[in-house]
Write a protein that binds this ligand. Sequence first.
Ligand SMILES: [Zn+2]
Length: 381
Amino acid sequence: MTFLSPASAGGRRIAYCTHCIMPNTRPRVQFDAAGVCNACRNGEEKAVIDWEARRAEFVELVSQQKSVSGGWDCVVPWSGGKDSSSIAYRLKFTYGLNPLLVTFSPMIPNEVAEKNRELMIQEGFDHLLVRANQKVHRQLARRFFIERGNPKVAWDAGVNSIPMQVAVNYRIPLVFYAEHGESEYGGRVLSEESRKRRDFTEVIEHQIGDDPRNWTGDGVKAADLNPYLYPDLGDLARLSVTAYYFAYFHRWSMLENYQFLKEKIPFQTHPGGRTSGTFTDFDSLDDKMDNLYYYMQFIKFGFGRTVRDACRMIQNDQMTRDEGLDLARRYDGEFPEEFLDDVLEYLRLTRDEFTQVVDKHRNAEVWDRSDGQWVLRHPLC
Ligand SMILES: [Zn+2]
C-alpha cells in the first residue's frame, strides 16, 4: 500500500465527504463537485441496479462452470468472518455449489474467529488452512510495519495468492472474493470489468504495493516467498481459473451479511461488546493484529476504524451522517491497547520502539504537535 507523504499531498485542503464522513486523505478516493465521495455514489448506484438481472448472470456463470465430476466448483478465500462465511453459505445452500474454503492464516489468530470457523465447518464445508513459515512472516511483518507503517503487507499478499494457488493446483475454475474495495469503499476504479473480475495488477498496485519477489533480504530468501506469489497468469488463463467479486452479483452490505449469518449459525462477536477503535462487534475479528492495522490508518490518513465502519453503514442507508460523526468522536483512533502485548512480541518491538515507528508514520498533513500532544489538524466535521 502506498500512503500520502506530506510532499505528495501537495498541501491540499483536507475535506470530509458531505454525505458520509470519509476524508479525502483516503488513498485514491475521488470527490465530485458536490463534495461527495465515490463510495457514496457507488451506494446510490446500488439502489438502482437490477439485482435480479445480476443474479441471473451469476446463475448462468456458475451453471457453466459447475463440476460435472463432483469436484470442488469454487474456492472461497475465507477468514471465517461474517462476509466470507455468508458468501460460502449462499454458494453451498442457495446455489448448490461445492465450495472449498481456503484460509491464509491470520497473523495472530483470535479465539473468537477460531470458534466461528469451527461452527461453519460443522455445517458441512471442506476447509484448507495454509499457515506460512512464521519465522519469515514475522520478519516481513516487522519490516513492513517499520518501513511502511503496515504490518499486514505480506499477509495481504498471502490472502491474495494462496486461494489462487489452490485453484490452480486443484483445477478449480472459480474463485469468489467478497467485494471490490475500490468501488465499494472509495478509490480508483480501473475499468467497469474490474468491479466484477479481480484484476491482479490492481491488487498488486493498490493492496500490496509491490511484487513480493522483491522481498528478499534480511534473511528472507527467494524460496521463502512462495506463499506470497501469485500464480503465473499464463497458467490461470490456460486452466480458465477466474476470480470474481461475489458483491458484483449480489447487493453488498456488511451489516446484512452479519444479520444473514447469525440466523444460520450462532456466530460469535467480540466478547467486549465492541471491537477496539470502533462501535461494531462483528467485523474483522480474526486477527489480533487488526487493531494495529486500523490504528495505523488513523496515523497515516487521519481516519480510523469507526469512520470506516460508519461510512459503510451511511452508504447503505443504515446510519445517518450525524450518528456516524457522534460515534467517530467517541471511538475513532482509539489506541490499540487490547492485544498490544501480543503484537509487540510478534513484531519483536519494545513499546518505545513501537511509539517511534508510529510517530515516524504520522502524516504531517494530518497531524500537528501541540503542548506535547498529537492533534488532528482538521478534526472531523
Ligand atoms: Zn462519502
